[in-house]
Design a protein around this ligand. Structure first.
Ligand code: FPP
Length: 244
């Protein structure tokens, strides 16, 4: 078996990794199981990803758990996904806190069940001083909506005379996004072979390296993450500059 090293020959790991966790349904279908079984294994892969990121030294991990478009799925599947989130927020927060993880949820709170909102608020409050890894879970999240809301809020500040039109810059804008205070992702991974952003971190991913892997999310392992980071290290990040 191939031995995978996570030292990256002294190259620093990406600071912020964002993941579109895709392929739970296909993982289940391939085994003749109901979709919920794929989501359950997907939730286990979340635990693996958090542990892997911590041990590699990644400081921010953002996971796309439920998009604002996912409400269109059958009610039973939405319930299953919300149930898994509830379980994660209530049962695992102690362990996350103990291991130094700061948890934040990005996305619209409106539309979520009241008990889930409470669990999110409790988890955020309990873990807010932790510095090992910031885990952002995107729930009821849509990038276009996030940008529209930022525009509305900035427009309101201009109308109230708190901000001038010429005073609107990059920093003003990013401070109005759900991810305020978190650096933009360096690396954005999508599993399952699909090659789309699906409304995820549209503003924030302007200079992210995109890596698409065929592995279905429930099978995404630490070794695979290390391989993706090796690929990230092989890229020439120029931020609009010319090549050397
Ligand atoms: C996409 O796979 C996955 C989702 C829409 C949900 C992701 C949720 C989890 C990994 C579990 C819960 C998360 C947490 C944080 C506890 P898909 O269902 O679209 O797969 P398919 O394209 O193969 O049908």
């Amino acid at each position: 078996m191939e031995v995978v090293s996570d030292t990256f020959e002294d190259l620093p790991p990406p600071v912020h990794v964002a993941i579109i966790m895709d392929g739970n349904g296909r993982w289940a279908k391939a085994r003749g199981l109901p979709r919920v079984a794929g989501h359950k294994r997907g939730a286990e892969a979340v635990r693996t990803a958090v542990e892997s990121c911590k041990s590699i030294g990644i400081k921010y991990l953002t996971l796309y758990a439920f998009s604002s478009e996912n409400w269109k799925r059958p009610a039973t599947e939405v319930d299953d996904l919300m149930g898994l989130l509830r379980h994660y927020l209530s049962r695992e927060i102690k362990q996350l806190d103990k291991s130094g993880v700061c948890l934040r949820c990005i996305g619209e709170r409106e539309g979520l069940a009241k008990d889930i909102i409470r669990l999110i608020e409790d988890a955020e409050e309990k873990t807010r001083h932790n510095t090992e890894l910031t885990l952002q879970i995107a729930v009821n999240y849509g990038g276009q909506n996030e940008i529209l809301n930022a525009c509305r809020s900035i427009a309101r500040e201009v109308a109230d005379g708190k901000l001038s039109v010429d005073g609107i810059d990059d920093d003003t804008f990013t401070s109005h996004l759900h991810t305020a205070g978190v650096p933009d992702p360096d690396l954005l991974i999508r599993t399952s072979g699909e090659k789309r952003l699906s409304n995820f971190l549209l503003w924030q991913s302007a200079y992210a390296e995109l890596v698409f892997v065929d592995t279905l999310w429930p099978d995404f392992s630490k070794d695979e993450l290390i391989r993706v980071i090796d690929e990230f290290h092989s890229r020439d990040r120029r931020y609009g500059n010319s090549s050397g």
